[in-house]
Write a protein that binds this ligand. Structure first.
Ligand code: URP
Ligand code: ZN
Ligand code: ZN
Length: 493
């Protein structure tokens, strides 16, 4: 073997979305150069060798649902993490690529300015590679006309909301977005909750003087998600446009999605660790503590809801598992969770608690450590599918020789990591809590590599990556989400 490599990883168990194999990996010029059966790179010339000692080697995580440096949109507060701190947290948890949101406010009528502003926020600040979904708050004629340019700029997905006053689109606006997205090969992500149901329940709860954080749960009842999910699927079917329903939390919404998929519709869905690991008990904590787990949709009633979401990951109902990292500080009376506390409401007022939880660093380790998914499924939903769905594959999310970036996570050999109880102080975000405090962690990335560079080495220095090494990645059209029929949408007459 004459070729000289930058790095060789030996003795790993290499896991892709389809295979688990004992292989060695050679890296050159930031890419995966060779993957060969164990031992075959033994005599290769290389600048550096890492012995994986029998640990799993997986593609670096792709987290396709991340909120950083956003203005107040989901309640009073604004997101705590910057591009710097959020992306730093990402690589320490094995996420080498993130797709964040570029939020257009209702008061703005252009998306291109939103994109430019978001590029400014991210540029030279990221530890990992990144792209953006446009978050469309105002589908004005101008904004719709800009979809084509967005595609040229490497943006092939957007998110819209059926709830939140600051962002909600009505059904006619949703159809406008879906039609234009279809034309331009853009995938539409939908936050599916019925705003009227949420507002009505909120009024009912407040009339009864029920203000504590735990009432966030009943203010977002399952029916709000179930109805909106079915409506979103119906609008997508009518327009023959692919959609992805984000952060699905209820078994019944999952059942609507599964039925749509079984009918062959291009309907995709995401879930998040919150819906695998948290329940309403986490919201029902003494005093204001439950605010730490206020997110929308909320954690649901019981472990059986979580079990149904795990089943949906295993059976393909959910295509991807994202963090929905939407961080607000807890102990921050101006911009954080405590901004909802007043003298009159010492345990806050649930309707003013900013919605969202941090989780970019814990997504992979929590999910792998739970041991509930096949290894290949774990890789599929946390790396390969998000890359395919959002037009990043095979550069990201895969292990394709000569093509994929050498973005890798080397895990501890099975049973060889000393288990630990998670503490927020171990994490690298700029948030003063984690909703997963105290969870027993059975895995953690031993190393994270981004384009061949070791950016996290848990045993030797921890964070080694540098701010600014992360690059913007232009995205192609989704390789998973396509309309059923080619050509222009045909109006049913
Ligand atoms: O609670 C959540 N999910 N935060 C708001 C951001 C979102 O995805 O809707
Ligand atoms: Zn959402
Ligand atoms: Zn979100």
């Amino acid at each position: 073997m004459t070729e000289e490599y930058d790095l060789v990883i030996t003795n790993g168990i290499v896991v892709s979305a389809t295979q688990v194999q004992e292989c060695d990996i050679a890296i050159k010029n930031e890419r995966i150069a060779r993957i060969l059966p164990r031992g075959q790179l033994q005599n290769a010339k290389t600048t550096r060798t890492i012995d994986a000692q029998g640990g799993y080697v997986t593609p670096g995580g792709v987290d396709a649902h991340v909120h950083l440096q956003e203005p107040p949109l989901f309640g009073k507060g604004s997101t705590a993490d910057t591009y710097e701190t959020g992306s730093r947290s990402a690589i320490c948890g094995g996420t080498t690529t993130m797709v964040t949101f570029a939020p257009q406010k209702k008061s703005e009528d252009t998306l291109l300015e939103t994109l430019a502003t978001t590029h400014e926020r991210a540029k030279n600040n990221c530890y990992n590679d990144y792209s953006f979904h446009l978050l469309v708050g105002n589908p004005s004629a101008r904004a719709l006309s800009e979809f084509k340019t967005l595609r040229d700029e490497g943006i092939s997905s957007l998110k819209i909301y059926m709830t939140y006053e600051a962002l909600q689109l009505h059904d006619g606006q949703i159809l406008d977005v879906l039609l234009e997205a279809r034309k331009q090969g853009i995938t539409t992500m939908i936050h599916a909750e019925n705003n009227h149901v949420i507002n009505w329940m909120t009024t009912q709860l407040e009339k009864r003087k029920l203000f504590a954080p735990k009432y966030h749960g009943p203010s977002h009842p399952p029916v709000a998600e179930i109805e909106a999910t079915y409506r979103a699927i119906s609008l997508s079917e009518f327009m023959d446009t692919p959609i992805l329903i984000v952060h699905v939390s209820t078994p019944q919404a999952a059942a609507h999605i599964k039925a749509a998929k079984d009918r062959g519709l291009p309907v995709f869905a995401e879930t998040c660790p919150q819906y695998l690991f948290l329940t309403k008990r986490d919201l029902d904590q003494p005093g204001f503590e439950g605010a730490k787990c206020v997110c929308s949709p909320p954690p649901r009633s019981s472990e059986s809801d979580c079990d149904a979401i795990w089943d949906g990951l295993a059976d393909g109902t959910f295509t991807i598992l994202s963090s929905d990292h939407c961080p607000f500080k807890y102990d921050d009376p101006e911009m954080g969770k405590k901004s909802s506390i007043t003298e009159e409401h010492p345990v806050g007022r649930f309707k003013y608690i900013p919605n969202g939880c941090p989780g970019i660093e814990t997504r992979l380790a929590l999910t792998l450590g739970a041991g509930r998914l096949e290894l290949t499924k774990f890789v599929e939903v946390t790396a390969t599918n998000p890359a395919k769905l959002y037009g990043l594959y095979p550069r990201k999310g895969g292990l394709v020789e000569g093509v994929s970036d050498a973005d890798l996570v080397i895990w501890y050999p099975e049973g060889k990591m000393e288990e630990f109880a998670l503490k927020n102080e171990m994490l690298h975000h700029d948030v003063d809590y984690t909703p997963f405090e105290g969870r027993v962690m059975k895995q953690w990335p031993r190393y994270t590599l981004l384009r061949g560079k070791v950016v996290w080495d848990r045993e030797n220095g921890g964070l080694l990556g540098e701010k600014g090494y992360g690059q913007f990645v232009k995205r192609e059209e989704s390789s998973l989400a396509k309309p059923l029929k080619e050509g222009e949408w045909e109006m049913p007459l």
